[in-house]
Design a protein around this ligand. Structure first.
Ligand code: PEP
Ligand code: MN
Length: 263
């Protein structure tokens, strides 16, 4: 199968603007869980860029557990992400839940398939027909094999630009939001040529665990990280408890990750 190392031995490189993702350099995607306002995304984008992030994240269509929770700014959120992209020059990643909205994502550099849609096979097939890089997140209760089969759905349609993301799985443990499966990194790197990143924010659900789990992911051989940063975590509309402040993110990047990697 196409994602298998036996099919292709060399690591797949994903080109996103000037970034050659999967070439050995470690890349950190960062930004808020959700775009909330022009001021918020502008401030966070500038701060994460200054700290060394190479891709800006920000959700506009949010797959919330409760229908009464903030659902994202939708098309306005994508527009604000595009403005932040123009202002900072950072490529952007945002989650797509409905393929009917693909045109809205025309200038979004990486399309995120969230954990809850990892096995939305119609969405995967449709994304296979697009040429855009896809960030495919592991489902809440899916095996590594199932994650790879979902990547195959996209590749079967002709799109090989896939970044896999370990973001924690459901276990009996309640001390953390999910259980971050760090071992998935070396397992995936052996099984597939696709790049693998780790999301310690959703993986743990607690800001204080983001630093140790980021370093663990780096040590385990991940190609990068995706980290949530908010300018005011206490008042965030989504995922505040797991969000780093810009200062905390800067410390993580420059005092911890940089000395350990070719950032
Ligand atoms: C997110 O990245 O904001 C998100 C909703 O992640 P996941 O799909 O991994 O829960
Ligand atoms: Mn989130």
């Amino acid at each position: 199968k196409k994602a298998n190392r036996k099919y292709k031995a060399e690591d797949t490189i994903i080109n996103i603007g000037d970034i050659h993702f999967g070439e050995g350099n470690f890349h950190v995607f960062s930004g808020p869980c959700s775009v909330e306002s022009k001021e918020q995304i502008t401030e966070v984008a500038n701060r994460v860029k200054a700290a060394g992030a190479t891709v800006l994240r920000g959700g506009a269509f949010k797959p919330r557990t409760s229908p009464y929770a903030f659902q994202g700014m939708a098309a306005d959120g994508i527009e604000l992400m595009l403005e932040a992209k123009r202002e900072t020059g950072l490529p952007i990643v945002s989650e797509i839940m409905n393929i009917a909205l693909l045109d809205l994502f025309a200038d979004v550099d990486i399309l995120q398939v969230g954990a809850r849609n990892m096995q939305n096979f119609d969405l995967l097939k449709a994304l296979g027909r697009s040429k855009k890089p896809i960030l495919l997140k592991r489902g809440l209760a899916n095996t590594i094999e199932e994650l790879l089969m979902s990547a195959e759905y996209i590749m079967a349609g002709g799109n090989d630009n896939i970044i896999l993301c370990e973001r924690g799985i459901r276990t009996f443990e309640t001390a953390t939001r999910n259980t971050l499966d760090i071992s998935a990194v070396p397992v995936l790197k052996k099984l597939t040529h696709l790049p693998v990143i780790v999301d310690p924010s959703h993986g743990c659900g607690k800001a204080e665990l983001v630093e140790p789990m980021s370093l663990a992911a780096l040590a385990a051989g991940a190609d990068g990280l995706i980290i949530e940063v908010h300018n005011d975590p206490a008042n965030a509309l989504c995922d505040g408890p797991q969000s780093l402040t810009p200062d905390q993110f800067d410390t993580l990047m420059n005092d911890k990750i940089k000395p350990m990697s070719e950032l």
